[in-house]
Design a binder for this molecule. Sequence first.
Ligand code: F6P
Length: 349
Amino acid sequence: ARTLAVMTSGGDSPGMNTALRALVRVAAVRGVRVLGVEFGYEGLMEGRFRELTRPDGEGGPLVPEPELDASGQLGGTILGSARSQRFMTPEGRADAARRLEDLSGLVVIGGNGSLTGAHLLARECKTPIVGIPASIDNDIGCSASAIGVDTALNTIVEACDRISDTARAHRRAFIVEVMGRHCGYLAMAAAVSAGADAVLFREQGRGEADILQALEDLVRRNLAEGRTKRRVLVLKAEGVELPTPLLVSRLQERLKDLKGVEARGMVLGHLVRGGSPTHHDRMIAGRLAFAAVEAALEGATDLMVGWQSTVPGGQTTPDPYVKRYPLEQVLAETAALLDGSSPVTQRRV
Ligand code: F6P
């Protein structure tokens, strides 16, 4: 029987388990055995494989393990994840390639670092390697959304709603920092749906003085005596170099004369990376996993299956929202997305 390996790699994101469950089910229907690789590329180099399917009677179909079945609704990843330095060396990748020699393919579920690793490995081994975009940051080229983004956004919006309750009770300005590494997408998108008054992200290229002046003006405009508005909410992406506690204390200092008005800060951090995946994340996880299995079993390699939120023109695949992209193109688009030179950035903003 053919055997596929699958791993989750880099920062986990809600929906990774849903992708695993879907992948095993799709493979099972095709009589393909699935081995889960524990702890990403680290586990691959060490040969830490774990059977994700078991034979259901002699020669019968393979069925998912109950644990895998139930995990589709859980955040995190049942396989464990890791960021590996050693895999980035040729020696590390040679170890990984040896572990894959007898397999029909490897599916890598992860973000930019993981997909960069997948691209390097695909060029150095014969086994088909297929990537699935999963990261809360939404900083991956050739995919309108990645697995985990929608759940993270819902968590951020809920947190902002709660913070707004208490902010309004005290006439406060709140700066809420969210993850995203170098990408401001989570801050931008959440700012729209949480009804924020301003958003700060690295790509704006603003200096400290400019930011502070703008925030001071914003608070004075909205919370000064005689104004009816009672909360100011600012979404800040982690890519902005100025640390949130420092920004808050400098802003507070500038607002000293404004009686009864205070600034507060909150870094949501890893809170936003956990939790049960939303319908949207489960739905794209299932469809991307399906497409990844098909691609790997066809022997296609060095590619990622990407999610398209709109379909320009005619239908080209069984699922018009899922397309295959060479990893080289994905990584080039990712770089352009982050340095602002790509029109893709405009599409996202
Ligand atoms: O890439 C996902 C992410 O959560 C980023 O938003 C963040 O910058 C980074 O991972 C945090 O990494 P770690 O979990 O290793 O602290």
